[in-house]
Design a binder for this molecule. Structure first.
Ligand code: F6P
Length: 503
């Protein structure tokens, strides 16, 4: 029997009358059976609103879509980014699982670039530089920023790292005012070296540094970086076979490696490589990224849930929701299939979230009693990296309590004090937050995104949706400076008049 996205709805209809606690009561072993461990990462899916049969239909869907072959294609460097005719070989940045010359060559290039990065790091370590400013946006900012922040317990202390991303000049102003140009190096990170925000902020840094000696770049467009004034010896390569949002494993991670040192950076890559091997080799029904992806498809397509919350119970992972917003929504925010036809199902949910327990005191009210059911990923760390035992115990107690309360709810005579429950969540637990486990966690999300893209028939590696706004902004630049430039859109014309009258 073939399994289809529409067929999943039949399972959802069959299960509609059963709540999560009822499903668990019926299948008491599911707390164990719907869980799996991959190295330092434990996942529990037992509080999702599916049963064994629905899960079997989901796994059948993955088999029919030939996910193992799709993962093999990705890792072997097939041109999975169809609209741009490119491979997406981020896995080659950290593992050597490819069976093709293209994938192996990519891996060799990645190793060579890592050596260059290590040399530049050694030079900087021997210099009087104390501060590093990473200038980039999107994938050239979010990954390095997340990892540098999450791994603050692993910082060597040799450098402080800072990030400037927004074209809003306040970002540069507030970051630079505490720094000494004579002791600061800047890394301009841009795959294209054509991104407006990064070029404008790059100019600020170039001027502020008063020369290009401590100006570095990471780019797939080396000539453009050189033309900007970065000496070729300080430009680290990127390639068109790595998508920006999948690039933290490359030289884009320069700021990470400066913060935590090369050996910890290698440990981050090793964690991701372990997840690559697991994704490629594990059977579909014991494959963590595949089960995570299938759960996403179940919530989106069978239960029609339009948003998804990511809730790290570890302050060091507070930036994870922002990072995943780009990874998930830029990859899966598509309504046209790779072949150009419209999709026939919903695709990406709106991804959002925040760190617990803080979020409990803001939007958790809506998670518990709002009219929408919001599925979530709770992410916790078992061993803390601090000695405040009582705090950590409270953190874990809250994490467990929230997943239980969301699933089980609570009936009270007073409707204001009733909790409907039946709100699904997945629990992801790291043994400890280390470079290795963080690498595994991020790679898990990357593979989950790719699997969902295959199931929906969309391209996870392009982002045409961001281009129109960029073009219009480019067209409007002269109009902001010159009153005579004609603007066709009547609303924009009127808004410009308002702005000009107050400038
Ligand atoms: O505008 C979207 C985007 O292209 C992202 O996909 C990318 O991560 C970001 O801009 C930055 O691009 P670049 O690294 O080329 O500056």
């Amino acid at each position: 029997m073939t399994s289809t996205l529409a067929g999943l709805r039949e399972h959802a209809t069959r299960l509609a009358g059963q709540s999560i606690p009822e499903l668990i009561a019926e299948e008491p072993a599911r707390a164990r059976d719907f869980a799996l461990r991959v190295g330092p990462l434990y996942a529990n899916f037992s509080r999702q609103r599916y049963d064994r049969n629905a899960l079997a239909a989901l796994v059948a869907l993955a088999r029919q879509a030939d996910i193992p072959q799709a993962l093999r294609s990705l890792i072997d460097g097939d041109k999975v980014n169809v609209s741009e005719g490119r491979a997406a070989l981020h896995t080659s940045l950290r593992s050597n699982l490819g069976t093709t010359g293209i994938a192996r060559e990519a891996h060799a290039q990645a190793l060579a670039a890592r050596e260059c990065m290590a040399t530049l790091i050694a030079e900087l370590e021997a210099s009087s530089v104390t501060d590093i400013v990473n200038v980039g946006i999107g994938g050239s900012d979010l990954g390095p920023r997340l990892v540098a922040d999450a791994l603050k317990d692993f910082h060597s202390g040799r450098f402080r790292v800072h990030f400037i991303t927004n074209v809003d000049g306040s970002d540069a102003q507030h970051t630079l005012r505490h720094l000494d140009p004579a002791r600061t190096a800047a890394i301009l990170v841009s795959k294209t070296f054509g991104t407006q925000e990064t070029l404008l902020n790059g100019r600020i840094l170039r001027d502020w540094l008063g020369g290009s000696e401590r100006l570095y770049a990471v780019s797939a467009n080396v000539p453009k970086a050189e033309a900007f004034g970065v000496d070729a010896s300080r430009v680290l390569p990127m390639w068109d076979w790595v998508g920006g949002r999948y690039s933290l494993w490359s030289s884009v991670g320069f700021a990470i490696a400066l913060a935590i040192g090369m050996s910890q950076f290698e440990a981050l890559l090793a964690g991701a490589a372990d997840m690559d091997a697991h994704a490629l080799e594990a059977p579909m029904d014991r494959n963590l990224p595949v089960l995570h992806a299938l759960t996403g498809v179940w919530n989106r397509n069978a239960l029609d849930l339009a948003t998804h919350a990511v809730l790290p119970y570890d302050e060091r992972l507070a930036l994870l929701p922002s990072y995943l917003q780009q990874l998930v929504m830029e990859s899966l925010g598509k309504s046209v299939r790779s072949d150009g036809a419209s999709v026939d199902s919903q695709t990406v949910p709106v991804l959002w979230g925040g760190a617990g327990t803080n979020a409990q005191h803001s939007f958790f009210q809506a998670l518990h009693q709002g009219t929408q059911t919001i599925p979530s990923d709770f992410i916790g760390t078992i061993a803390p990296a601090h000695g405040y035992v009582d705090n950590h115990t409270a953190l874990l107690a809250n994490l467990l309590a929230q997943t239980e309360a969301l699933a089980n709810g609570h009936a009270a005579d007073d409707p204001q004090k009733s909790y409907p429950g039946n709100r699904p969540s997945t629990l992801l637990l790291l043994d400890a937050l280390t470079p290795h486990s963080l690498g595994a966690l991020i790679a898990m999300y990357e593979h989950s995104v790719y699997v969902q893209s295959v199931l929906w028939g969309i391209n996870a590696f392009d982002q045409w949706g961001v281009e129109l706004g960029k073009k219009i902004a480019g067209d409007l630049l002269p109009a902001l400076a010159d009153h005579d430039v004609h603007i066709a859109d009547p609303v924009t014309r009127s808004l410009l008049q308002e702005i000009r009258s107050r400038l």
